[in-house]
Design a protein around this ligand. Structure first.
Ligand code: ZN
Length: 110
């Protein structure tokens, strides 16, 4: 499925408040974005995934990140239309039943 066809998909600039990372500004150009947000393709309750880019957000804002080393996703591509993310987006480890999959060339798949 095309990522851009999700109910909500936007590039975001970061705002940190109260110890949580959230969005300050939506629809910024990908080159200026600190991450992207999109509706979870699995959860039917409108669960929104905030996927922050490596090097743009302090490590402490990835409390559920399991692997060693730098935290955050590495984006490639110039826009929502062709973005790819490395590594996979794994929400299922912390939230059983939620999504674990890949975003590749603007599409997401299990
Ligand atoms: Zn979910």
């Amino acid at each position: 499925m095309k990522l851009k066809e999700a109910c909500f998909v936007k590039a975001a600039r970061l705002k940190i408040s109260g110890g949580h990372a959230g969005s300050e500004e939506w629809n910024v150009p990908m080159a200026e974005a600190d991450g992207i947000a999109f509706q979870c393709p699995v959860c039917s309750d409108g669960h929104m995934l905030l996927v922050w880019f490596r090097g743009r957000v302090p490590d402490l804002y990835f409390p559920g990140w399991k692997s060693e080393g730098p935290k955050g996703w590495i984006p490639s591509g110039s826009s929502i239309d062709n973005v790819s993310l490395t590594p996979s987006v794994d929400c299922a480890t912390n939230y059983p039943g939620c999504w674990h999959g890949h975003v590749t060339n603007g599409e997401y798949a299990p």
